[in-house]
Design a protein around this ligand. Structure first.
Ligand SMILES: Nc1ncnc2c1ncn2[C@@H]1O[C@H](COP(=O)(O)OP(=O)(O)OP(=O)(O)O)[C@@H](O)[C@H]1O
Length: 358
């Protein structure tokens, strides 16, 4: 990479993005730093302050003599990401605001307002990129526990071609050590959850504010017996185990009847209905392009249906009107609305993702 590249670095005040700044400077770059402000919408249920973040970001910028600008994307966030999350929850689905925040805010609105004037945007995401056949592909991080490619799996070819992930080749421990040895202002900070509000606020308070409460029965799937009462199907998600307030557990949420406001639960593991080995996608999205071409109808892949370090093995099957995953093993808690994320067989490249439907 040439040293005169113009780089915008997204700085959150956390350890990871501070190390990004440090590494870029060591490589001879002079990145412009940007802190994205989402704001709290004047609501007390979002008790999180950006002040400490901004203070640490400012201290980091000063240490390296770099300009820091605060970009207000509050309206954009609420109009896009929060509205998306509420809409999905209302439909009984499980949204993933982190995925949408990356696609629409960090690499969407930010790109349109600021990033467009730079050659690259650097972030502290745990991910890498690879060039193959002249094209840029999203690739997994060295640290499997921290890998965040699943949160990036809705970005597009143009976005990925402009991204830099300077810490993607490091283990979290190495990043922390670098922060300490470089005496970065954020070195001793514990991990943050970034700007995505659902990581920072009480999820139930957020949902209650928009959808209120509505009591309904909790019914045991096998017996049809009422075992408890819930306060609205929107507080519960398929596969959920905690927070049902039922005795004699463990209980799992197996199914939701959104029309009738009923939650169906079942006991313990080994319940056949709790597992599935296939699901379909609503609009599958390839990040760079379809690496298998249109003629291949069935390919071996690895995939994730939630944010876990493990990859499941399976086949991606092309159908007349979309794609289907056939898993080699039974999957627990396939939650419609969540993103199913596809990787190549070696779990090296993140190929794309789609919203799960069943
Ligand atoms: N408020 C923000 N302003 C600018 N960039 C941000 C902001 N929040 C997150 N980012 C960028 O997105 C990356 C990934 O964010 P994530 O939410 O995963 O935080 P993280 O992994 O804890 O990173 P960090 O330690 O840098 O906060 C960050 O490293 C940073 O580059």
């Amino acid at each position: 990479m040439e040293d005169n590249k113009k780089i915008a670095a997204l700085l959150s005040g956390g350890v990871d993005s501070s190390v990004v700044v440090h590494l870029l400077c060591e490589q001879g770059y002079k990145p412009s730093l940007f802190y994205i402000k989402i704001g709290m919408d004047g609501a007390d249920y979002m008790d999180c302050s950006a002040e400490e973040d901004i203070e640490l970001a400012t201290a980091t910028a000063r240490k390296y003599g770099l300009p820091l600008e605060i970009i207000d994307l509050h309206r954009e966030y609420w109009d896009n990401v929060a509205a998306y999350a509420i809409d999905k929850i209302r439909k009984g689905l499980t949204p993933n605001p982190d995925v949408m925040c990356n696609k629409l805010i960090k690499f969407g609105c930010f790109e349109q307002k600021v990033g467009k004037d730079f050659d690259f945007t650097a972030t502290g995401h745990y991910a890498t990129t690879q060039i193959r056949d002249g094209k840029t592909w999203l690739a997994t991080a060295k640290d499997p526990l921290k890998d965040q490619t699943d949160f990036l799996a809705q970005i597009d070819a143009l976005q990925v071609s402009k991204l830099m992930f300077p810490i993607g080749h490091l283990m979290k421990q190495e990043v922390r050590q670098l922060a300490v040895s470089a005496a970065l202002p954020s070195a001793r900070r514990k991990d943050s959850q970034g700007i995505c509000f659902l990581g920072k606020i009480n999820y139930n308070d957020f949902v209650r504010r928009f959808l209120g409460e509505k009591e309904g029965p909790i019914i045991e799937l096998e017996t049809g017996k009422k075992v408890g009462t819930h306060h609205g199907y929107w507080f519960h998600t398929i596969g959920q185990r905690k927070g049902l307030g039922l005795s004699g557990g463990p209980w799992f949420v197996i199914k939701k009847d959104v029309e009738a406001n009923i939650i169906y639960v079942s006991h313990g593991y080994g319940v056949e209905t709790q597992y599935g080995n296939e699901f379909r996608f609503e609009d599958f999205h390839f990040i760079t392009e379809n690496p298998w071409g249109d003629r291949t109808s069935e390919v071996d892949i690895t995939f994730k249906i939630r944010h876990t370090p493990e990859f499941a093995k399976g086949k991606l099957i092309r159908e007349d009107n979309g794609y289907r995953i056939l898993s080699s093993e039974k999957l627990q808690g396939i939650a419609p609305g969540q993103f199913g994320v596809i990787y190549d067989e070696a779990s090296e490249l993140c190929i794309g993702s789609g919203e799960i439907t069943i």
